[in-house]
Design a protein around this ligand. Structure first.
Ligand SMILES: Nc1nc2c(ncn2[C@@H]2O[C@H](COP(=O)(O)OP(=O)(O)O)[C@@H](O)[C@H]2O)c(=O)[nH]1
Ligand SMILES: [Mg+2]
Length: 318
């Protein structure tokens, strides 16, 4: 199965809901433009049920009402795609339209160190392995730092991935100081001249406040070891957790400002719509999506392609 097929499978329920809506809207296109609002309400309901959120849903409806004359499913897909782009890019899209050149996320890190954060179980460590493979396949040298010293065996898990992928891993000790591991990792990356370092972090400590403070500290010591780094802080978010995940994401963003989001487990959720409030409310781009447990199951996010997968339109092979 290709990742897109797997994504389509996973999004099946969401897609069905949206598809039904789009289908009925297709037939009811005249009703919509003659102000019989039943079908618009159906659409609103479907969008909200898919976790798209109220603000975005309202804008989508507005956009659709403005796009008189055109095919309604196209209008809906276009409006949804716009909602998957941060503000600045949304304006650009409105002007220039979509193409893979502009709708695919820019994923090359701005510097050398990417700090990866998020709650336990969302897929941080797995995502780091996937990212390692992704960038190595594109000619970059890669290192990992096993900064989750709180969860027993998290270091081992990253170590195993490192061995499988041929990526050096800077390890700490279980229960040791995560900031020390991050410092060692950032220093080692700098002295070795490795292109990219991914720093794993804990997703849970004794309490929330501790975790946020710890992450700030990790960030500070990386900067101390290598001024200006980490250039990127990516939050990993499990799509299955829906609105809860979004609330957590906001907390993380407040304490450690994010430069990107990776949404995992899109192969296992009916709530693909959650990507919309993620982008809108955090205001940061989705960099990658995870669609499985293997290193290859990671794709740079492409808003246009994502919406087409959602609607089961024109799926390319492979
Ligand atoms: N189906 C699916 N499972 C995933 C994905 N990403 C991670 N996982 C699984 O989620 C579980 C937790 O992942 P892990 O990387 O240990 O999470 P962490 O606690 O945030 O480091 C593991 O069983 C992973 O294989 C994904 O995109 N799809
Ligand atoms: Mg982990």
């Amino acid at each position: 199965m290709s990742w897109l097929e797997r994504l389509r499978d996973g999004l099946g329920k969401t897609r069905q809901q949206l598809n039904n809506t789009a289908g009925s809207l297709g037939q009811d296109v005249r009703d919509v433009f003659t102000n019989r609002l039943d079908s618009i309400e159906d659409l609103e309901y479907a969008l909200i049920a898919a976790d798209v959120g109220r603000a975005a849903t309202e804008e989508i409806i507005e956009d659709i009402k403005k796009s008189e004359g055109g095919n309604l499913q196209d209008a809906l897909m276009r409006a949804l795609t716009l909602q998957l782009e941060p503000d600045a890019r949304r304006a650009q899209f409105r002007e220039l339209g979509f193409s893979p050149d502009v709708s695919r996320s820019k994923v090359d890190p701005k510097g050398h160190v990417v700090m990866v954060i998020g709650v336990n179980g969302v897929g941080k460590t797995t995502t780091i392995a996937k990212l390692g493979q992704y960038y190595m396949q594109r000619g970059k040298s890669v290192m990992f730092a096993a900064g989750d010293t709180f969860r027993a065996a998290a270091g081992t898990q990253l170590g195993v991935w490192g061995e499988r992928l041929g990526v050096p891993v800077i390890q700490g000790t279980d229960g040791g100081d995560p900031a020390a591991v991050a410092f060692d990792g950032a220093s080692a990356r700098k002295s070795r001249g490795t292109d990219l370092l991914f720093v794993d972090t804990a997703g849970r400590l004794h309490n929330k406040h501790n975790l946020m403070e710890e992450l700030k500290k990790v960030r500070r010591v990386i900067d101390k070891a290598d001024a200006g780094e980490p250039a990127e802080v990516w939050l990993v978010l499990d799509a299955v957790t829906g609105q809860n995940g979004l609330q957590q994401a906001k907390k993380f963003h407040e304490s450690t400002p994010l430069t990107g989001v990776v949404v995992t487990k899109l192969d296992g959720t009916a709530k693909g719509g959650i990507l919309v409030p993620i982008v809108r409310e955090l205001g940061v781009p989705i960099k990658f999506i995870g669609v499985g447990e293997q290193p290859a199951d990671l794709q740079p996010f492409d808003s246009h392609e994502f919406v087409r997968a959602l609607f089961d339109v024109d799926i390319p092979k492979g």
